[in-house]
Design a protein around this ligand. Structure first.
Ligand code: ZN
Length: 172
């Protein structure tokens, strides 16, 4: 259980911008952007169905963060991750989440929720403006090993969203 935050080193920053132009806007959440219609749809459905997911999006709307959610690999059989490649673009801090393209429907929504919780953790710290600061923050508070981090809050968020999505389905 648990999707982790991955640290790939600051060199990855250079590889990121090509994705940025492919994003599609998520309805009602200008600060969380899916890089494909499938991802944007998952975010919108989770927003409709899960109060906890709505709280996450509202929390991010109250920050200076923009979070891109992409299809991609995290390595080591991890299916979703928040990259610690925090960058600044004008007044905004830019974060990136990757989800395995095999994740769909319920699992995809739960994964994105888990990683959005990590995004909130970082965005709540105004001093985290680059990858080193992000890495140091998790190194202090949530280190598992050199590459991966986990927090109780993200695990709890994931479990809540999982439960709320199941309840939504039962009510249909
Ligand atoms: Zn995690």
């Amino acid at each position: 259980m648990g999707r982790l935050v991955a640290w790939f080193g600051s060199t990855l920053v250079l590889a990121l911008p090509s994705w940025i132009f492919a994003e599609t806007q998520v309805q009602g959440s200008p600060r969380v952007r899916g890089s494909s219609p499938a991802i944007s749809q998952a975010i919108e459905q989770a927003f409709e169905r899960s109060p906890t997911f709505r709280e996450l999006l509202a929390a991010i709307e109250g920050t200076d963060g923009i979070v891109y959610v992409h299809h991609g690999e995290c390595g080591r059989n991890v299916l979703a991750c928040l990259l610690l490649t925090v960058t600044q673009a004008g007044p905004n801090r830019i974060l990136h989440i990757r989800v395995d393209p095999r994740r769909r429907g319920h699992d995809l929504m739960v994964d994105i929720g888990h990683e959005l919780r990590h995004a909130v953790e970082l965005l709540n710290e105004p001093g985290i403006v680059d990858s080193n600061a992000a890495h140091n923050f998790y190194q202090r508070s949530a280190a598992i090993d050199r590459y991966y981090f986990e927090t109780q809050e993200a695990i709890e968020t994931e479990l809540k969203i999982d439960k709320e999505l199941r309840q939504w389905k039962k009510q249909r």
